[in-house]
Design a protein around this ligand. Sequence first.
Ligand SMILES: [Fe+2]
Length: 204
Amino acid sequence: MSIQLMELPYPENALSPYISAETIKAHHRSHHAGYVKKYNSLIEGTDFASDSLESVLKATVNDADHRSIYQQGAQVWNHNFYWHSMREPVRYDDNVDSELLSYLKNQFGSYEAFIRKFAEIGSKHFGSGWLWLIYNEDKIEIISTSNEQNPLFDQNKEPILTCDLWEHAYYLQYQSNRKEYLENFCLHLINWPFADKNFKSVCK
Ligand SMILES: [Fe+2]
């Protein structure tokens, strides 16, 4: 079925100064909206026209004949998940009560060590894509995927959190300094209640 552009869970200026209102506005109203529009136009009149986005993604993930539908739809899903992965800035060490945060400190030795790894993997990722936290065999993994790829539909692994690595997510403000954008994401923007909910559901 045709889908609507998700409303942001916060005002466009809410993530400032770590992600500017100008960046959020262009990202949400132009890029994310563009994926929604293209997806709707591609499914119109097809067998997918009455199916949910998730059903269409499951059906098309390995279907070369419907590659464009998968690409546009996955980008919509990834952006929805990304907007929820952030909230108005709260420093991670400012009385954040989070099961996931405790787990990360324990697994990586400290939260600072986790940030270094997260920023390193995201900085080394070549080209556009996404940076994810997933839970695999009793530990957290940081993985990057290319372009529209998504761990849930491509690898059957449920994500806990994501960060957009496409240049449109940070270039206006950080230019080519993707590392600083990723560090600020970890230090100030992670939506811990959202990540905790996902963490609890995947490691049960
Ligand atoms: Fe994006």
